[in-house]
Design a protein around this ligand. Structure first.
Ligand code: PMV
Length: 365
């Protein structure tokens, strides 16, 4: 059995829309901060038939919808498809039993699917390493019949880039949670030829800077615990129907992603705040103008954002806000603004508040 833990990430430049839906190849680059909590722990072991169990933050078993199980089973199939491109398809078990224990309330704008698929990808990498030690597999089948005339190869350790590809096949943003600190999901490396640009491994994540680089905090305000009706998977599929979509993709490629990475590397909070908030509103404008339109923000979101903006201006605080596919507001700040942001957040009587720092990415337990 392999056990891994992972955490959500909060996107600074958002991934919204695909260039290839089945492989979840994004239409643009994105980047994020990996958080240290809340976490997801997943255990995976060989099983004659596919089996999935999931436990909620309060420890009760989650009643899984057919589509949730189908998504995880489909992810296993895509993982095998990716591994077959590396001649490793037979190293992963035919089927598995998976147990998910999550401390993340689902579908409220804290990326639970990112943490789940990052932990799952890590578990598959662990199973591959374990299975490749001492067991016959495609690389050394010649040695099996020949009384191991050829020595067994060392354990196969997938690279973090490969693990990020596996995570991405379940949830695009999950690719970034493999890495600690600040990470980017690269939509398409510059050297890819058009004929190969939609291959299953043609988008992957990389670390921009480790968690020790810049001590930022994310104070997360959750105005409602109600699950959203339309998830991001469906939203990505129709993002291109927005008249604003193409302009968004161009702005990220030409300017935003570069400005964001530069601001992170230089620890320039003001530059970071401007580009992150610009990109957040741009993504929500695309969502609201695609067909069918998606309205993830509510009145509480707008009120909190207005009040945080006032607080920032009044007290000159290094704090920025951003929202993913839900009404939840992420207030990202430096140590200098932490106390004021905490006080503001805990005074919001109808909001649940989570406090996170920068995390170290997916790990084995
Ligand atoms: O990874 P997905 O399919 O859950 O999509 C994530 C979408 C956003 O959270 C809105 C943006 C992002 O980059 O995380």
């Amino acid at each position: 059995m392999v056990i891994a833990r992972s955490t959500p990430n909060i996107a600074l430049i958002k991934y919204w829309g695909n260039r290839h839906d089945a492989f979840r190849l994004p239409a643009a680059d994105s980047c994020s901060i990996t958080l240290d909590s809340p976490g997801v722990e997943i255990s995976v072991e060989h099983s004659p038939v596919f089996h999935l169990q999931s436990f909620l933050p309060d420890g009760t078993e989650k009643i899984l919808k057919e589509k949730d199980t189908a998504r995880i089973e489909e992810h296993l199939n895509l993982t095998k498809q990716f591994l077959s491109t590396k001649n490793l398809a037979d190293v992963i078990p035919e089927s598995v039993s998976i147990v998910i224990r999550s401390a993340i309330p689902p579908a409220i704008g804290i990326a639970s699917s990112a943490a789940v698929f990052a932990a799952l990808a890590k578990c598959y990498a662990g199973l591959i390493s374990a299975a490749s030690v001492g067991a016959p597999h495609p690389i050394n089948t010649a040695s099996v019949g020949a009384q191991r005339a050829v020595p067994l190869p060392d354990a196969i350790h997938l690279t973090n880039r490969d693990i990020s590809v596996i995570a991405r096949l379940g949830s695009g943003s999950a690719a970034r949670s493999i890495f600690g600190g600040f990470a980017t999901l690269i939509n398409k490396p510059d050297n890819l030829q058009p004929a190969t640009c939609n291959t299953i491994d043609s988008a992957y994540a990389m670390q921009i800077a480790p968690e020790t680089h810049w001590m930022l905090h994310d104070i997360i305000l959750v105005p409602t615990m109600e699950e959203k009706k339309i998830g991001s998977t469906e939203g990505h599929h129709t993002a291109h129907t927005s008249p604003l979509f193409q302009k968004r993709i161009e702005a990220i490629a030409a300017r935003r992603q570069h400005i964001c990475i530069d601001a992170i590397l230089k620890k320039d909070f003001e530059a970071l705040q401007q580009v992150v908030e610009e990109d957040c509103w741009d993504m929500h404008n695309v969502m609201q103008t695609q067909t069918p339109p998606l309205h993830y923000l509510n009145d509480e979101t707008h009120r909190i954002v207005d009040e945080i903006t006032d607080l920032r201006e009044r007290e000159h605080l290094p704090v920025l806000y951003t929202m993913d596919a839900g009404p939840t507001v992420h207030c990202i700040c430096t140590e200098a603004a932490l106390k004021a942001v905490q006080e503001f957040s805990h005074a919001q009587k109808d909001c649940r508040v989570f406090e996170a720092k920068i995390g170290h990415g997916a790990t084995f337990i």
